[in-house]
Ligand binder design. Structure first.
Ligand code: GCB
Length: 867
């Protein structure tokens, strides 16, 4: 009784594992649950006797940076943590081999079993397996074993990534497993792989050849004789081919094998449209009994890239319509569940993509399984991003990562490209732009290392293509990097960081012209959007969905005119965390088609209309639920649809019927009324009627305030901006305007925006403080006499010294703020709101800014009548 009680007590916090028959094939248990976690370093935490009763209880996947992924934020932690887990193992594990497998732990893991060091793994994005047979205790009543993992996510100059642009989430953030095998088994200690490598050296629609290679370990003290059997099953579970061989493996030795299976006639082909999967079952048998067994996916497809014709799959041209994915999301960080991965890949597939770049690192095994199943062609790469430390140890670690990535994912038919690096000539160690000419030594080392990494890729996998993502310009051509990999991939941001979206085609045409034998791929293009800012007049860098759509519409139509292009990948499918950038949302990169909490943006539907044949109609600017506009100015309604024609109705009245243009878009100008407006768009296909519907809350305002359709209550302006900002309480901050008599607006100065990298402090109204009027002289509201609350929003936009910008603010002749020095008083990038009760007597509200030193600035203004 006492023993049972004790056991059930243990079971609460430990995992009890048991195997039955001695020669049973391998078993694999999830050990995700009931870990203890300590968010700091600790001496002797690996020792079973150390007390962890006060540690937090967590389940895996887990990250300690889920809420604070942002590098320079004081709350972010890039340091050591400990994890511990108890495992109860009974005597039935005797004569078994026991392994731990971690699918991903960021980034240096030291693993201990029962206080003894079991192994170390460097790199946060690839799996690793450790043999712990010699370290475990087995008991008649199960013996308790302690797994302890010290994990460190601090930057390590010898481990990619170094200078990145996305968060480094510490934690055991992917699944963890305990695996037991017999002493005779397929090798588990080959770079975290399954130990079996399947290739299809020849495939066409009439026949396919399959080659299976791998290694068997005999960890026994005696020679063992075995039968090896590989069986191929079709998707319905019918056996279609097999190979059988006998071997003898000496005691304590490993045996490498490579087998060609009998030709398979008329294979079903794998493609994004029809991702037909076979399964390869690999068995080891002794005396007719199965002693090890493994399943791997198999897909039959052949493909090639051509500098002039682009990509072809199974003998037919296929335009690669792609996107990129970072693996983090709001509140979860990198610790995603299988359901999260499924939702993400479904969102990608449903948008109409057939291609996905796993940027900038290998992603969870589940992702590759889903890509095989859903039909997404994959580019996977190691996290050598932006900067490389050109020393042998860094190179060594990068090569290991390449081997781990390729061996772990070798059998997935979805994978077609391996990437070895991204934009290594762009940013320096200190995240400053590299001047390539002045860094000849760095550049020549990068070239040497790039060659070695590319050869590692090709040696590991001669059946797939190698690539490298480069930023635009001709540095990579000039210094001989662009022709190292088989595919030259470019990240292009004309229309966002510089230039115009319309320049895309001519730039890439020029590359094609200069290097006619180079296969060109567009690995990134994108622009940012935040659904809280909207405009009728989109401009580069304004973060509106309208600009993001304009940008993508332009790229999309140009892509269609470049038949030589192998494919393209949008940057990025999902918004992701990017430490140390500002924009209109701190520490976020908002180039996603989908928000950080996984809500599709308008641009998502632009692509869906063009890339997914399923009938659809979608009214854009969907999140601009509260709009305001000048009386008499029509509003723009844009609709995406792949139907033949669409009819738009506003408040039940037909506005018109149009056919979608070449990028499946229709535009109407409509007059909205004050209050709620119902917009609907309807089209027909063979499958029936399709409809989209939207309710907009519209506020009319007039150039002359006294003609307003309602008594003046309040006006808020996003000063220095062309966008309307909708705040948390659905209040509209109007786009700015120059003052005209009888109305409201700004006098003097010019619109400006903060450096995109400026992380704003002290505010939830980030978009408001992103833009400002520089050198402002005044702000006027020609409102009736009365009492008002006036709110002024400021931010110091420049890294200046205290005293360099000092100004006074007067209202209706009275001094409100004297010698305001934002730098001295608050510091750089700190949002400040000041509120005053004032009165208007005959001349409205006139705010005057008087610069004493430097220029006066203003980011937002709100005037509210006190009723
Ligand atoms: C790039 C990088 C990517 C960035 C992206 C951006 O070229 O490869 O890591 O996130 O630009 O949004 O700036």
């Amino acid at each position: 009784m006492i023993r049972r009680l004790l056991l059930s007590f243990f079971l609460l916090s430990s995992t009890y594992l048991s195997v039955s028959a001695q020669q049973q094939p391998r078993l694999q248990w999830s050990i995700n649950d009931s870990w203890k976690y300590l968010p700091q370093g600790a001496d002797f935490a690996q020792r079973p006797k150390s007390d962890d009763s006060k540690w937090q209880s967590v389940n895996i996947p887990h990250t300690w940076n889920a809420k604070d992924p942002f590098d320079d934020d004081e709350t972010s932690r890039r340091d050591i943590s400990w994890y511990r887990k108890r495992l109860l193992l009974d005597q039935r594990f005797r004569n078994k081999k026991i392994y731990l497998n971690f699918e991903g732990a960021y980034q240096v893991a030291d693993v201990y079993v029962n206080g003894v060091f079991a192994g170390q793994h460097k790199g946060g994005y690839t799996a690793f397996t450790l043999d712990i047979t010699h370290l475990v205790k087995l008991g008649d009543s199960p013996a308790e074993n302690l797994i302890a993992v010290q994990l460190n996510n601090a930057q390590d100059n010898f481990i990619p990534p170094l200078s990145i642009g996305y968060a480094s989430y510490g934690g055991i953030y992917r699944d963890a497993w305990l695996i037991s095998t017999n002493k005779l088994h397929y090798k588990l200690l080959d770079h975290g792989s399954s130990g079996i490598f399947i290739s299809t050296p020849r495939v066409d629609s009439t026949a396919a050849l399959v080659n299976i290679r791998g290694t068997v370990n005999n960890d026994d003290e005696v020679e063992r004789k075995l039968e090896m059997l590989h069986l191929i099953y079709d998707a319905r579970g019918k056996e279609i081919s097999r190979i059988h061989k006998s071997y003898t493996v000496a005691a304590g030795r490993e045996m490498v094998f490579a087998l060609d299976l009998p030709e398979i006639r008329k294979p079903e082909l794998w493609s994004p449209d029809k991702p037909y999967l076979y399964t390869v079952k690999s068995q080891l048998l002794e005396n007719g009994q199965i002693i090890d067994e493994l399943n791997n996916p198999l897909g039959f497809r052949w493909y090639s890239f051509d500098a002039n014709k682009g990509f072809s799959l199974n003998g037919k041209k296929l335009v690669l319509k792609g996107t990129n994915r970072h693996q983090d999301m709001k509140d979860h960080g990198d610790a995603l569940s299988a359901e999260d991965h499924y939702r993400d890949l479904k969102l990608i597939k449903d948008m109409g993509c057939n291609f996905l770049r796993l940027a900038h690192y290998p992603q969870a095994p589940e992702v590759l399984k889903l890509a095989d199943r859903l039909g997404l062609l994959i580019w996977e790469e190691i996290p050598l991003v932006n900067y490389m430390n050109p020393v042998p140890e860094f190179l060594k670690n990068s090569k290991i990562m390449i081997r781990e990535m390729i061996r772990q994912n070798y059998n997935h038919p979805s994978v077609i490209i391996w990437g070895s690096m991204n934009e290594v000539l762009l940013w320096s160690e200190k995240a400053e732009r590299i001047q390539v000419q002045e860094n000849a030594e760095y550049v020549s080392k990068v070239k040497r290392y790039a060659k070695q990494l590319d050869s590692t890729v090709r040696a590991e996998d001669p059946y797939r293509y190698s690539t490298m993502a480069m930023h635009m310009g001709d540095d990579y051509d000039k210094y001989g990097l662009s022709d190292i990999p088989q595919l030259a991939s470019y990240n292009i941001y004309n229309g966002w960081y510089s230039g115009k979206a319309a320049e895309f085609k001519s730039i890439i045409d020029e590359k094609h012209h200069q290097n006619p034998k180079q296969v060109l791929f567009i690995s990134e293009y994108g622009a940012e959007a935040d659904n809280r800012v909207n405009t009728e007049h989109p401009q580069r860098f304004d973060f509106t969905g309208q600009y993001q759509r304009m940008y993508h519409e332009s790229y999309l139509s140009q892509i269609g005119q470049m038949p030589y292009l192998a494919g393209t990948a949008i940057w990025n499918q999902f918004d992701f965390s990017q430490p140390n950038v500002g924009g209109v949302s701190n520490n976020m990169n908002q180039k996603g088609m989908v928000t950080w909490d996984r809500k599709p943006k308008d641009s998502y539907y632009l692509y869906k209309a063009n890339w997914n044949a399923e009938p659809m109609v979608y009214i854009a600017s969907r999140d601009w639920t509260h709009r305001a506009g000048l009386a008499g100015n029509p509003s723009t309604i844009e609709v995406y649809s792949n139907l033949g024609e669409v009819t738009l109705r506003v408040n039940g009245v037909v506005v018109g019927t149009k056919k979608p243009d070449h990028i499946k878009k229709m535009v109407w100008k409509v007059n909205l009324k004050e209050g709620l407006n119902e917009i609907s768009a309807t089209g027909k296909s063979a499958a029936g009627l399709f409809n989209d519907h939207l309710v907009l809350n519209y506020k009319v305002y007039t150039a002359e305030l006294e003609r307003m359709p309602r008594p003046f209550t309040q006006l808020a302006v996003n000063v220095g901006s062309n966008t309307q900002y909708l705040d948390n309480s659905d209040h509209i901050w109007l786009e700015d305007r120059p003052y005209r008599s009888g109305g409201f607006g700004c006098t003097g100065g010019s619109p400006a925006m903060l450096n995109i990298k400026t992380v704003k402090k002290n505010t939830n109204d980030n978009p408001l403080f992103y833009t400002y009027q520089d050198d402002i002289k005044g702000y006027r509201f020609d409102v009736p006499d009365g009492t008002y609350d006036l709110e002024l929003c400021f931010i110091e936009p420049d890294k200046i010294q205290a005293g360099e910008r000092v100004f006074d603010v007067n209202v209706n002749g009275e001094r409100l703020l004297e010698h305001l020095d934002l730098m001295a008083g608050y510091g750089f990038g700190v949002a400040v709101k000041k509120k005053y009760r004032i009165s208007a007597n005959g001349a409205g509200v006139q705010v005057a800014f008087k610069a004493i030193r430097g220029k006066a600035v203003l980011s937002g203004i709100k005037l509210k009548a006190v009723l």
